[in-house]
Ligand binder design. Structure first.
Ligand SMILES: [Fe+2]
Length: 303
């Protein structure tokens, strides 16, 4: 069996307690204070808002976005990339079935799984593996599927996905060819908690000036990716805030990035980006003013 990443394995063996991010400020994040999560859960249960929030969380949308690039090889014009991220698949019953139903006969050229397959951060992977196997096999019937790991994911989940045919890219790059045209997809390991990302390593082997796409669970590596000449950066992690005020104003973003990078499309120094709101939920299984999404990203040749 191929080892998906010796580096990730070593980082996990160091045995960090799960913490959204190291440093005192992040210790106050809600996911690092289980009592706070339980308190909010209790408050929600005592009102109607939990039922509404749970219904919102199952209202998975399929979004379409188009990006035009002058440097996209002509052979890749109209390439459709399905981005599915932050499934947290063991958090909500029926979500796996909802994903498969929503995707139905949607066509795409390849699929990217953006990480955070687990709801919790423990070693209980039984339900995650069972449900992810079903999803990975469904997605794999239509196209190649690439994936990265998120801050909720253990090595073992990456290994399982790899066995199901998902090409796990942890600081690795894959070249996709159409005739004589080529593009590259680089996948970074999680920077947010595990600190296992290595952009330089992922970048190795990419021809200078080639069209390249960065896939990283969190948008937090946008500065380095832009400096390294990536044209497109695809990510998730933030859930778009998950619990938002009317108008989609996030209460918590869970990422050290400018607010405009927390969800949807953005640009930074000539690099385009898309941060998905993700499919699942984290901490509490509710969403407000922030519907879950899967996204078809279409690449267009031209300005
Ligand atoms: Fe997530």
């Amino acid at each position: 069996m191929r080892s998906i990443s010796t580096r990730r394995k070593l980082v996990e063996e160091e045995g960090h307690r799960h913490s959204i991010k190291r440093g005192w400020r992040w210790k106050l994040h809600f996911e690092n204070i289980p009592l706070l999560v339980r308190f909010f859960s209790f408050l929600l249960r005592t009102s109607f808002t939990k039922v509404i929030g749970m219904r919102n969380a199952m209202d998975v949308r399929l979004n379409e976005v188009h990006f035009a690039f002058s440097d996209l090889p002509a052979g890749f014009d109209n390439t459709r990339i399905l981005l599915v991220t932050d499934l947290h698949i063991d958090g909500m019953d029926g979500l796996a079935e909802m994903i498969i139903t929503t995707l139905g006969d949607v066509e795409y050229d390849f699929c990217i799984l953006g990480g955070d397959y687990s709801f919790g951060c423990n070693d209980d992977h039984g339900l995650v593996c069972e449900r992810m196997r079903t999803i990975a096999e469904f997605l794999g019937r239509k196209s190649r599927v690439f994936g990265v790991l998120g801050n909720h994911d253990k090595y073992k989940i990456g290994q399982l996905l790899n066995e199901c045919g998902v090409e796990i890219l942890l600081n690795e790059t894959v070249c996709i060819e159409k005739g004589s045209d080529k593009i590259y997809i680089a996948g970074l390991d999680d920077n947010h908690y595990y600190g296992a990302d290595d952009l330089e390593l992922a970048d190795k082997g990419i021809t200078d000036g080639a069209f390249k796409i960065m896939v990283c669970h969190s948008p937090e590596r946008y500065l380095e990716a832009a400096d390294s000449g990536y044209s497109l950066y695809l990510s998730g992690h933030t859930h778009g805030g998950q619990v938002c005020l009317p108008g989609g104003v996030a209460l918590v973003t869970s990422a050290t990035v400018p607010r405009r990078l927390v969800k949807g499309r953005w640009t930074y120094q000539g690099m385009s980006g898309y941060t998905s709101r993700g499919v699942g939920t984290s901490g509490i299984t509710v969403r407000y003013f922030c519907p879950p999404e899967m996204t078809v990203v279409t690449l267009r040749h031209g300005m």
